[in-house]
Ligand binder design. Structure first.
Ligand SMILES: NC(=O)c1ccc[n+]([C@@H]2O[C@H](COP(=O)([O-])OP(=O)(O)OC[C@H]3O[C@@H](n4cnc5c(N)ncnc54)[C@H](OP(=O)(O)O)[C@@H]3O)[C@@H](O)[C@H]2O)c1
Length: 239
């Protein structure tokens, strides 16, 4: 088993579907994890948790200081928090656009900077992107643009933090299952299942295990890269 024993991790948005899966997989591989949330505290009473609105620099600094304090050090950060509203480009306002950029990109930028300052002996930062960072979906011009920018931010941060021993990579998931998705969007789920070469939706744990790899020493010479976790959907030709 890939070992994260002795390592510590901060996972943002860890009370959301994917974030909870990432935190669980890092913990299953031995990491001590602080689960961040904004408005929904975790239901498990024994989970180490910290609250912050990650669009606010002072709250980010407070959260990273709290994580370092409570965990003793900080080795791994997963920038998972994000927002995913749907609205056609023709009806998108500047406020909608800015909200998604703030929730997707400002958050990762601020957390990365604050975390890099306290990662004395190096570390691993993982940004959760999306397959929409390379191929947009209808109604997601703001989201896809912000995720594309997050991939470039990943490369830029890898370039500048590499000399400090800090690796920065992205994981870009495809459609991930969550309770109620099949009822809310049956045609989307059916189409995904029919077209993905591996024939199913992803799970939060599928994303979490990709993060375990990028957090561990198995990926010690990998930085600035984007690992797509989509059951092969992105290799399906559209013609
Ligand atoms: N679901 C998918 O199929 C899919 C596919 C590809 C990529 N992704 C990406 O995966 C990540 C997680 O998605 P999810 O589906 O698990 O989303 P989710 O269930 O909606 O969870 C999102 C999390 O982000 C937090 N958050 C949002 N804005 C924040 C802010 N300003 N400050 C602090 N925390 C904030 C939320 O906190 P509160 O709820 O506590 O406010 C929540 O914990 C996102 O980056 C998303 O873009 C998702």
């Amino acid at each position: 088993m890939t070992s994260l024993h002795g390592k510590t991790a901060l996972v943002t948005g860890a009370t959301g579907g994917i974030g909870a899966g990432i935190a669980a997989r890092l913990a299953a591989h031995g990491a001590r994890v602080l689960s961040h949330y904004r408005s929904r505290p975790p239901s498990e009473p024994d989970l180490l948790a910290g609250q912050a609105d990650l669009r606010e620099p002072a709250e980010v600094d407070r959260l990273v200081a709290e994580a370092t304090d409570r965990l003793g050090r900080l080795d791994i950060v997963v920038n998972n928090a994000g927002v995913q509203p749907v609205r056609p480009l023709s009806r998108l306002t500047l406020a909608d656009w800015r909200d998604v950029f703030a929730g997707t990109l400002d958050t990762a930028f601020l957390v990365t900077k604050a975390a890099a300052n306290v990662m004395g002996g190096g570390g691993s930062i993982i940004n959760i992107g999306s397959i929409e960072g390379t191929t947009p979906a209808v109604g997601h011009a703001h989201y896809a643009s912000a995720k594309a920018a997050l991939l470039m931010h990943t490369k830029a941060a890898a370039l500048e933090y590499g000399p400090q021993g800090i690796r920065v990579n992205a994981v870009s998931p495809g459609l991930i299952s969550r309770p109620g998705l099949e009822q809310a969007w049956p045609e989307g789920v059916a189409s995904w299942t029919a077209n993905a070469p591996l024939g199913r939706l992803g799970t939060p744990e599928d994303v979490g295990d990709a993060c375990v790899f990028l957090a561990s020493d198995l990926s010690r010479w990998i930085t600035g890269q984007n690992l797509t976790v989509d059951g092969g959907m992105s290799v399906r030709p559209s013609w």
